[in-house]
Design a protein around this ligand. Structure first.
Ligand code: BMP
Length: 257
């Protein structure tokens, strides 16, 4: 069962190379923290990466959130990723016909290791990812099966169909973006779980939060996305360390069960 095996054991079971690399790095770094750096300027992103990059396994970007993003940021981010040993996930949430997805995937993987995508266009959009011409580094997609926001339009059948697509395209799908332990018998997939903060609650635009330990233990998350709880903290480094610690001890409890 996915939830009871260690990340290192699971890395050998992953069919997608990026899932394999993420699971391996989680075991090595002893971290299951993915930090979401939704900040307005590139300099702020660099400042935060230098503070917390070593605590995170994955840095999640929305490059179009950054007002002064320019092509040179791509190389700089690659260098920062090498220096702090993290993986770059661009949360672009692709969702279009196969041909469009193919072009977007080829362009964005020149700097991002992984991308998020919606399953709304069905199997051919994943076939496009499979057929895209990319370099030899490990790449993959995280497919949105569930969303953390209140009132979102994803239905139970959509979630179920998305999990089936993930299995059908296990070579290109690194995992699911999800709020619940889907794919419980599939240890090779990584569950990416956002909507996590120090306290349960939400923001005033529909985001909903669970605590770090609930994200891992109740929600089945493997790689936990934390954004503003860290980036807007008075002491981002200290907060990242605290959350990292809470996430890792919840994981250790989970595999010990
Ligand atoms: P924050 O922790 O500041 O609320 O940020 C959460 C991050 O995760 C954002 O970058 C958001 O785009 C992303 N996200 C989410 O919050 N819920 C989802 O269901 C899927 C996401 O990608």
């Amino acid at each position: 069962r996915r939830l009871w095996l260690s990340y290192s054991e699971r890395s050998a079971l992953a069919k997608n190379p990026l899932a394999c690399r993420i699971l391996q790095l989680m075991g090595e770094k002893k971290s299951n923290l993915c930090v979401a750096l939704d900040v307005p300027n590139w300099s702020e992103l660099v400042r935060l990466v230098n503070l917390i990059g070593s605590d995170a396994v994955v840095v999640k970007t929305h490059y179009d959130y950054i007002k002064d993003w320019k092509p040179s940021c791509q190389d700089e981010l690659t260098k920062l990723a090498a220096a702090h040993n993290f993986i770059v996930l661009e949360d672009r949430k692709l969702g279009d016909i196969g041909n469009t997805i193919m072009g977007q995937f080829e362009t964005l993987t020149s700097w991002a290791d992984g991308l998020t995508m919606h399953s709304i266009c069905g199997g051919d959009s994943l076939k496009a990812v499979r057929e895209a011409k990319v370099d030899s580094r490990p790449h993959g997609v995280f497919v949105v099966a569930e969303l953390s926001s209140q009132g979102n339009l994803i239905s139970a059948p959509y979630t179920k169909k998305t999990t089936e697509l993930a299995k059908e395209f296990e070579d290109v799908v690194a995992g699911l973006v999800a709020q619940n332990p889907l794919l419980e018998n599939e240890p090779g997939f990584v569950q990416l779980t956002p909507g996590v903060s120090l306290k349960a609650g939400g923001d005033n635009l529909g985001q909903k939060y669970v605590t770090p330990s609930d994200a891992v233990l109740a929600r089945g998350g493997d790689l936990i996305v934390v954004g503003r709880a860290i980036t807007r903290s008075i002491n981002p480094k200290e907060t990242a360390r605290q959350i990292r610690q809470e996430l890792w001890s919840a994981y250790e409890r989970r595999i010990a069960e």
